[in-house]
Design a protein around this ligand. Structure first.
Ligand code: NAD
Length: 376
């Protein structure tokens, strides 16, 4: 079967779904591979490197899609690009299916069998295919670097002949995969770190990284859903949560927010009053900017000043580390594909929990709408 790797067309997207070393693995598994010319360039992989690993290079998207039975992509295609996919072909990408209904309808009408990598269950067996974790790790790391570069202060404690510098105080709200990586990165740079999460079970992980866990007392419905993800809470809860976090936010030099609830707008964790209490020169990096933001006043893909506080609203941090992001995606995507490959052919079985969780369009029917599967 012919696998196609198109060039990503989303603005600012530097990643590629498969790097050259992945081509070799796909071919060893019995597939043929065609790569659109320039697909890897933004991630620093040339056509020659792909060719050297055995891929055919297509001059343009039309030619690539015409020849491909399986498409491996990073981001969901736009309408025009999706219309190039052959009827009966298979698309595997990060689809964001909750927010892409018109695209799902289009792909269903074209009978494109579609898998959403962002629905891979958070189980031990699926760990190597978990694109969300791989990319969230990069986001957490980049969020700290972005914050540090915007901060008019040092991170570490320094005792110099010219006086003592006190370490920066960093607050991480949302200690999932991105938050834990942010904590580790900020600690390595010498900051004093505090962290908070709705799910009290992460306290131990936070403390094992050398940060203090903040406990607040707000009555909440179950914090964790069946899938292991945080559950959405009431507006009343979020209001009380903001009140109780206000002092911690006010004393931080850098705040990183990562709170997300799958399929929903991101909860608001920091409002204008809280920002007003922060010291001038403080920074907030809002990793939920593309889901509506955790912070009042965040502007998507911009850095804005509110009362002397810098709000960083960049989306897609992994695209800013395209070499390693693409390397990790390659491992995730090839692992995902090989899990449903038999004798060089795609053979997905709904008996497999990973297939069942990620197959969003089958035989022209949209299957998406179920809760993600339980994490281990
Ligand atoms: P996420 O990106 O969905 O959310 C980020 C964090 O924000 C989460 O820790 C969440 O609890 C927190 N959050 C949500 N609302 C909040 C609020 N109002 N206040 C404070 N924090 C809030 O999460 P994620 O990093 O993708 O992780 C989701 C789950 O999957 C976690 O339980 C994680 O441990 C689990 N996981 C399991 C595996 C595995 O077993 N293979 C791998 C990765 C993640």
């Amino acid at each position: 079967m012919m696998i196609g790797i198109p060039r990503e067309r989303t603005a600012g997207e530097n990643r590629v779904a498969i790097i050259p070393s992945g081509i070799t693995e796909l071919m060893e598994a019995g597939y043929e591979v065609i790569v659109e010319s320039g697909a890897g360039l933004a991630a620093h992989f040339t056509d020659d490197e792909y060719r050297h690993c055995g891929a055919i290079i297509a001059d343009d998207a039309e030619s690539l899609y015409r020849q491909s039975q399986i498409i491996l992509k990073v981001r969901a295609p736009e309408k025009d690009e999706a219309s190039l996919i052959q009827s009966g072909a298979t698309l595997i990408c990060i689809l964001d299916p909750w927010f892409n209904k018109p695209l799902l309808e289009q792909l269903a009408s074209q009978s494109v069998q579609t898998f959403a990598l962002d629905l891979v269950p958070r189980t031990t067996r699926a760990q190597s295919m978990d694109v969300l974790s791989a990319m969230a790790g990069i986001s957490g790391y980049r969020a700290v670097l972005s914050g540090a570069m915007s901060l008019p202060r040092y991170f570490p404690m320094l005792m110099t002949a010219a006086g003592t510098i006190h370490p920066a105080r960093v607050l991480v709200i949302g200690a999932g995969v991105a938050g834990l990586m942010a904590i580790a990165t900020a600690r390595r740079l010498g900051a004093v770190v505090e962290a908070y999460d709705l799910r009290p079970e992460v306290k131990e992980q936070v403390e094992s990284l050398g940060a203090d866990f903040i406990e607040i007392e707000v009555p909440q419905t179950d914090s964790t859903g069946d899938s292991g993800y945080a559950k959405a809470q009431s507006e009343e809860f979020y209001k009380k949560q903001r009140q109780q976090l206000s002092d911690c936010v006010a004393r931080a030099d850098l705040v990183i927010t990562t709170a997300a609830v799958p399929g929903k707008r991101a909860p608001q964790l920091i409002d204008g009053d809280m920002i007003h209490r922060m010291k001038s020169g403080s920074v907030i990096v809002d990793l939920a900017a593309d889901k509506g933001g955790n912070v009042e006043g965040t502007v998507l893909n911009e850095k804005v000043d509110v009362d002397g506080v810098t709000l960083v609203g960049h989306a897609n941090h992994p695209s800013r580390v395209p070499v390693h992001a693409s390397q990790l995606l390659t491992r995730n995507i090839t692992g995902f594909l090989f899990n449903m490959t038999e004798e060089g052919k795609l053979a997905p079985s709904m008996e497999d929990d990973i297939v069942a969780a990620t197959l969003v369009i089958k035989d022209g029917e949209i299957l998406h709408g179920k809760e993600p599967k339980k994490a281990e």
